[in-house]
Write a protein that binds this ligand. Structure first.
Ligand code: THU
Length: 136
C-alpha cells in the first residue's frame, strides 16, 4: 500500500532530479524516481551521449540505481517532464518496469500540471516476462 504522502515525496524527488538531466542533444529534461516497500526512494534523470543510441532514460536510470543498491521490489515510479508527451515512458523503460513489478504504480506528472496515474502492466500489456515465473 502506498500513501498520498509516499506519492508526494516520490513526485518531488523526480521533479528535483530532473534538473540534473544531461541532455545537450535533445534539450529534453526528464526526472524519475522509484519507491521501495520500506519507503526508500531512488531518483534518476536522462543521461544522453554523443553516440545517441547510448542515451539512458530517466526511468531506467532510477531503476538501475535502486537495483544496484539492493532494492528490487519497487512499488511505484514517478516520471516528471515538461508536459504530457514528455511523461510517456518509452518501450524499453516499460519493459524495465515490468521486470521488477508489473503492478508498479506509474505516476506521470507534467510541470504544466498534467497528471495521470497508471501501472506498468497497463502501459505494456502482454509483456514478455517469463522471469515472473521464477524467483527474482
Ligand atoms: N526520455 C526519458 O528520459 N524518459 C522518457 O520517458 C522519454 C524520453 C529522454 C531520453 C532522451 O534523453 C530525451 O528524453 C529525448 O528523447
Amino acid at each position: 500500500m502506498t500513501t498520498k504522502e509516499d506519492h508526494r515525496r516520490l513526485v518531488e524527488a523526480a521533479k528535483s532530479v530532473r534538473m540534473n538531466a544531461y541532455s545537450p542533444y535533445s534539450g529534453v529534461k526528464i526526472g524519475a524516481a522509484v519507491l521501495t516497500p520500506d519507503g526508500k526512494i531512488f531518483a534518476g534523470c536522462n543521461v544522453e551521449n554523443a553516440s545517441y543510441g547510448l542515451s539512458c532514460c530517466a526511468e531506467r536510470t532510477a531503476i538501475l540505481k535502486a537495483v544496484s543498491e539492493g532494492s528490487r521490489k519497487l512499488v511505484a515510479l514517478a516520471v516528471v517532464g515538461k508536459s504530457e508527451e514528455f511523461t510517456s515512458p518509452c518501450g524499453a523503460c516499460r519493459q524495465f518496469m515490468v521486470e521488477f513489478n508489473p503492478r508498479m504504480k506509474v505516476l506521470r506528472r507534467g510541470v504544466d500540471g498534467f497528471t495521470e496515474d497508471t501501472t506498468a502492466d497497463s502501459l505494456l500489456p502482454g509483456a514478455f516476462n517469463p522471469a515472473e515465473l521464477s524467483q527474482k
